[in-house]
Design a protein around this ligand. Structure first.
Ligand SMILES: [Ca+2]
Length: 407
């Protein structure tokens, strides 16, 4: 279990990409989005990130601690030196060490937005209710529904907002939910101040219009209810057939046009990747590979993000933000999804790893990132070319991602 492919290749499954990207014998499929050179290539080191950063971090035992990262000790700074002339404001190094970006009082707000772009939902629920005057009940709620192993993230989100409830939703999932109008206002205020970056933004805009109607009790009037139904047409999966039939005169409100305006803050990416990205390692025996006759075992690191096709622009934005070049984005077989893959060892060690060292992944995935880094170190020392080193790598990889137990 855990491996896939032929006898000659040990392919460690990607967290959630394996069904889309075949990459052992045909490592790179169709490249669908070529790199577009433009001013969109913004280095992710901005004046905001030029600080020493205290970030809440989940420890292995599930507790949370605060860790401080100093940019001055980060190799990334050297890597991106060339961009420094672009910084709007130069901050003296001594100041970097003393400035605090976020505190132990909660998650960075941009982290929360990033995590919500990955895992959050804005839902308008309209259901039959005999006790309601109009025979329909309307509820608006914001929720984050994730695997139970990461319930600690939901507790942190709840503590950061100061509203909502966290509960076990099933044996395998946990739910953070805010549905009270007063509390939802706090959620709305947050997403107005720290806007979503992905296509979910369009859902949010429609959701907010419903919320404004509910706030002034318009959902209790026939006209207001109809307006909400019209707005719901293009939120998430739209209307059930039952609702379409029950509100024949409700006209769908168009989904607001979406363009990805790029990532505004590094913590957004830390939050988003904590939800929707994976760190993985594939081990291939190059002996039987047509391209490689050197008889070496090839250990490859990968950072991947798999999204709905509507968020293809967001994948480009992520690659641009990490200054990854060239960009490899693949479309899923069903053409419903798009995948960003970063598999260049040099880009992983010079860009991906330093970035997430500075803006940490939170939750159980942080353990995968830690393992991923261990493998990167072993590869750097060329240990993957020795039998004992390779065994070490296999041991690490066997406990990663979906095979991680009791975490
Ligand atoms: Ca997601």
């Amino acid at each position: 279990m855990g491996y896939r492919g032929s006898k000659s290749s040990l392919l460690v499954e990607l967290n959630n990409l394996s069904h889309i990207v075949p990459y052992v014998h045909s490592p790179f499929g169709r490249v669908l989005v070529p790199y577009v050179p433009s001013k969109a290539l913004v280095p992710y080191v901005s004046k905001v990130s030029l600080t020493s950063i205290a970030v809440k971090e989940q420890r292995v035992d599930g507790s949370w601690g605060v860790k401080t990262y100093h940019l001055s000790s980060n190799p990334l700074r050297c890597t991106l030196m060339g961009f420094e002339r672009n910084y709007p404001i130069k901050i003296p190094t001594n100041q970097l060490k003393t400035m605090q970006f976020s505190t132990s009082s909660g998650l960075n707000p941009w982290f929360i937005t990033g995590f919500s772009d990955a895992e959050g939902s804005f839902i308008i629920s309209i259901y039959k209710s005999d006790t309601s005057k109009l025979k329909w009940r309307v509820t608006a709620y914001f929720s984050i529904h994730i695997h139970i192993k990461d319930i600690a993230i939901l507790e942190s989100v709840k503590n950061s907002f100061g509203v909502g409830n966290v509960r076990k939703n099933s044996n395998t999932t946990a739910l953070f939910r805010v549905d009270n109008v007063k509390e939802l206002q706090i959620i709305i205020d947050h997403f107005d101040k720290y806007p979503l970056i992905g296509a979910k933004l369009s859902d949010y805009i429609l959701f907010k219009q419903c919320f404004e109607l509910i706030k002034v009790k318009q959902h209790l009037t026939k006209k207001g209810l109809e307006k909400i139904v019209s707005l719901k047409y293009n939120i998430n999966k739209g209307l059930t057939e039952e609702l379409v039939k029950a509100f024949p005169s409700a006209q769908p409100v168009d989904r607001p046009d979406y363009t990805c305006n790029g990532i505004k803050n590094p913590f957004w990416l830390a939050g988003f990747a904590s939800g929707d990205s994976s760190f993985y390692v594939s081990i291939e025996n190059a002996k039987n590979s047509k391209q490689d006759k050197t008889n070496k075992t090839r250990v490859r690191l990968g950072f991947g993000t798999n999204l709905h096709i509507r968020d293809k622009q967001l994948l480009v934005a992520i690659a641009n933000y990490l200054t990854i070049w060239p960009i490899h984005i693949y479309e899923g077989k069903s053409q419903q999804s798009a995948v960003l893959q970063i598999r260049s060892y040099s880009q992983i060690v010079s860009k991906v790893i330093p970035f997430f060292n500075e803006y940490p992944i939170i939750g159980v995935k942080s353990l995968d990132f830690a393992d991923f880094k261990k493998v990167a170190e072993l590869v750097k020392d060329k240990e993957h070319l020795t039998k004992s080193g390779l065994k070490k790598i296999l041991n690490i990889v066997e406990g990663m991602n979906l095979r991680r137990e009791n975490s």
